[in-house]
Design a protein around this ligand. Structure first.
Ligand code: ADP
Ligand code: ZN
Length: 767
């Protein structure tokens, strides 16, 4: 039964809306056959496994259950925890009463709310995933089902400790622990050490010094919750108008989607905080989705200042204990605000009143493995099913969202100016064909000069290069051999600081060899092209006096490291920030007045559907880091193609013109959101098996008016983690039922051996 990923029962009642997910007017499926009445003697139970659907179980009289209850049931020779699901009208197939196994136990937890069950069904049907696989995302860790543990000892900041005026000088490690203890709920010593990234001795020392105080933590204790009655800052006229609108949406208490469209620094966060306050005053729960949770330290600080308490965080780095505690408190409605990454969408909120998706255009919202879904689109669906408002915030809305706003499906609220009168930075392109950097260097003379001037004025500069490591390619000068990953079709990236070569796709890593593995020549391996590490060498050589620091996902490994880095920049302990895309988002550095984009053309290579759009968004975001306070900012973009529409739009500050041109191009080519795409990725350890299945899929592909099939072709990453990959792309006219087409198509091609077919509806990655 577990077999092919796509062979699932697409239930007739969940007919998909024939439109992009991000405008799900018809998302709410009607569910005939559900309803009250007598407690049934048998119920369907959905298990968090890749099975075709729910299985029926017998309800023993001593364990009455309702839909949504978490129950323990026998499954083959083992047991598993599942959820009592709803009886759907079209469920057929009757197993004889006598053969049914009984439910063994009901957990003492609030039932999974009906709206969450419908959401699980919806996402499963939309993404062609087994419903149980989607359910697993809502069930989080199995630990939530264990008996509440005995009370444990936890630590919080001791009474009377003033972190702004500590009695003795604090080491940075001690400081991190104390900051954490001051901000959050009481935590165990182990959790404190882990989240602050220090050894357990540091925590012990703080306890002995009387700076941390022990308390008894019961897992049912909920920390103080954000207070919606606290006053916010005085808002500008535009901000106040937008905030009023949003408060109104919250007051209405029905589905609405609003695009909060404002330039970087215009105060979008302050404005949606007002909507959050309104929802809190109604006693509702609020979900805020952020694209990259590792970068939210500053956001959390602001939130805590505004609302007097921290929200609950939800992301992959939570410890098991916190995860379990948070999940339960959300299910019980005790936690009021959750801020999280994609997966926070599937939590069992009993009383969600508002969803906010910040940086809605961000590609990080697309989950690319397991259940492949776009969290922003699914958030809109969740809002629709729950009859609640959703706010999408961005300075560079995605083309899809923009089209929805133009079409009147979303309401648009504009914040046209930066807060406090700060000006948007001036953006210039530097044609590097005319202003060549020296050989094996990457900063052109005009950019070097601008950095020098910025430093001379006591201000800060940021150099943006979206490439981790030292060099993206290592080449043998003797034979031309390129060092490649053994299990991916990708070059190995040199990370010189750690002396290794890494594959950025599978994590493979190896020591830098002395000799070329192909021809054996020694000392001939040469680094080609720059990464941020190499750029920092050039910076050190040009500006030996300046304090420069690299910020990339491998140097900033977690929320604490990110917060420390941000603080160091804010306190002007750093003059030049060298960073990858993680510096592009969100930060507000008042002294930062120059942003230099080292390779403006990088994101345009490869030519996937959204290359131009994404490139524009990323560069616009980076540019938005400059000049956010009184001092005006300047942005220099190095490019070999200053006439490219993306560069021209950036320089002219013509975001809307760019969006309009891109939208027109998509309309003409029938690409999303004017047509719909779905990708099939066939993979196998054997190239010939992948090819055979891909050819079989091509033969049985749906045909007809409005349907176009592209491929099969080797995926750009034709080998990934040792699996050979082939892609097919289905492009259909808007209004066609993509899921039904895919379902019929896939049902015709049986899979054998290790061949897998991944279905990606509304693909974002074309790798
Ligand atoms: P955005 O999210 O649009 O980039 P932010 O909400 O981060 O903008 O605001 C930019 C900066 O301006 C922040 O430091 C924020 O605290 C400040 N700010 C915005 N609006 C106000 C306001 N009404 N009063 C005080 N400070 C504000
Ligand atoms: Zn690899």
């Amino acid at each position: 039964m577990v077999g092919a990923e796509y062979r699932i029962a697409l239930n007739g009642v969940y007919r998909m809306a024939d439109r992009p997910a991000s405008s799900p007017e018809d998302a709410a499926p009607s569910l005939p056959g559900l309803g009250g009445g007598e407690a049934p003697a048998r119920v369907p139970v959905l298990l968090p496994l890749p099975l075709a659907g729910a299985y029926d179980y017998k309800v023993p009289p001593e364990i009455p259950v309702r839909p949504g209850d978490f129950v323990l049931v026998p499954l083959g020779r083992r047991q598993d925890i599942g959820v009592v699901w709803d009886r759907l009208a079209e469920d057929g197939e009757d197993i004889a009463e006598a053969r049914l196994k009984p439910i063994e136990h009901r957990f003492d937890l609030p039932p999974l709310p009906e709206v969450v069950r419908r959401f699980v069904d919806w996402v499963a049907a939309y993404t062609l995933s087994p419903t149980g696989t989607v359910l697993r995302m809502a069930m989080s860790v199995s630990a939530v089902f264990e008996q509440p543990a005995r009370p444990t000892v936890a630590y919080r900041l001791a009474e009377g400790v003033d972190l702004d005026r500590p009695a003795a000088k604090l080491t940075p490690q001690r400081r991190r622990v104390l900051d954490l203890a001051a901000a959050g709920p009481a935590m165990t010593a182990a959790d404190l050490a882990r989240e602050a990234g220090v050894g357990s001795g540091v925590v012990r020392g703080l306890v002995e010094a009387g700076l941390l105080a022990a308390t008894v933590m019961s897992l049912d204790d909920t920390p103080p919750q954000p207070d919606g009655a606290r006053p916010g800052p005085a808002l500008s006229v535009d901000q106040a108008a937008a905030a009023d609108e949003l408060r109104q949406r919250v007051a209405e208490g029905r589905y609405s989607a609003t695009l909060l469209d404002g330039v970087t620094g215009s105060g979008k966060t302050e404005v949606y905080f007002e909507a959050i306050a309104a929802a809190l005053r109604q006693g509702k729960q609020v979900l805020v989705l952020l694209p990259e949770i590792a970068l939210t330290a500053a956001w959390l600080d602001r939130f805590a200042q505004r609302f007097g308490a921290m929200p609950a965080e939800w992301h992959s780095e939570l410890s098991g204990k916190r995860r379990r505690q948070t999940w339960r408190a959300i299910a019980e409605g005790k936690v009021k605000v959750v801020v999280g990454a994609r997966s926070a969408l599937f939590l069992p909120y009993p009383d969600l009143g508002l969803i906010v998706v910040d940086e809605e255009h961000d590609a990080a919202f697309k989950q690319e493995d397991g259940v492949i879904y776009h969290a922003r689109d699914m958030a809109v669906v969740r809002a629709h099913l729950g009859h609640i408002p959703i706010v999408l915030a961005s300075a560079t809305p995605s083309l899809e969202t923009n089209a929805n706003a133009e079409g009147g499906r979303y309401k648009r609220l504009d914040l046209p100016a930066r807060h406090g009168g700060a000006l948007l930075p001036e953006i210039q392109a530097i044609d590097i064909r005319k202003h060549k950097p020296p050989r094996q260097r990457w900063l052109s003379p005009p950019l070097r000069q601008a950095v020098a001037e910025t430093l001379a004025q006591g201000e800060q500069a940021m150099l943006f290069l979206n490439r981790r490591g030292y060099a993206p390619l290592t080449l043998c000068r003797a034979c031309g051999h390129r060092l490649q990953c053994p299990s991916c079709s990708a070059w190995l990236v040199e990370h010189r600081l750690v002396g290794r070569l890494q594959c950025h796709h599978c994590g493979y890593s190896t020591r830098m060899p002395e000799a070329c593995p192909a021809c054996g020549a020694e000392g001939e391996l040469a680094a080609c092209g720059p990464g941020v590490e190499r750029l920092s060498e050039e910076v050190a050589e040009l500006f030996p006096q300046a304090r420069a620091s690299v910020m990339a996902s491998d140097t900033i490994t977690g929320p604490v490291a990110a917060a420390n880095f941000v603080r160091a920049v804010e306190e002007h302990e750093i003059d030049i920030v060298i960073g990858t895309q993680i510096v592009a988002k969100g930060h507000h550095f008042p002294l930062l007045t120059l942003v230099g984009v080292v390779d403006g053309d990088l994101g345009l290579a490869g030519g996937d559907l959204r290359a131009a759009e994404r490139s524009f968004q990323l560069l616009y975001q980076v540019a938005g880091r400059a000049g956010r306070a009184e001092r005006p900012g300047k942005v220099l973009i190095q490019t070999a193609d200053p006439d490219h529409p993306v560069m021209r739009a950036l320089v002219a500050g013509d975001r809307d013109g760019f969006l309009a041109a891109e939208t027109e191009a998509r309309r003409r080519s029938g690409m999303p959101p004017f047509g719909r795409l779905a990708a099939l990725i066939v993979s196998s350890g054997e190239a010939s098996h992948a090819d055979a299945t891909a050819r079989a899929l091509a033969r049985t592909a749906p045909r007809g008016e409005g349907i176009e099939i592209l491929g099969p072709a080797p995926a750009p990453l034709a080998l990934l983690r040792g699996r050979h990959r082939r892609r097919l792309l289905m492009k259909v006219r808007r209004g066609m039922d993509v899921q039904a087409l895919l379902h019929d198509w896939l049902a015709q091609v049986p899979l054998s051996g290790d061949v897998r077919v991944q279905v990606d509806v509304d693909p974002y990655s074309f790798m």
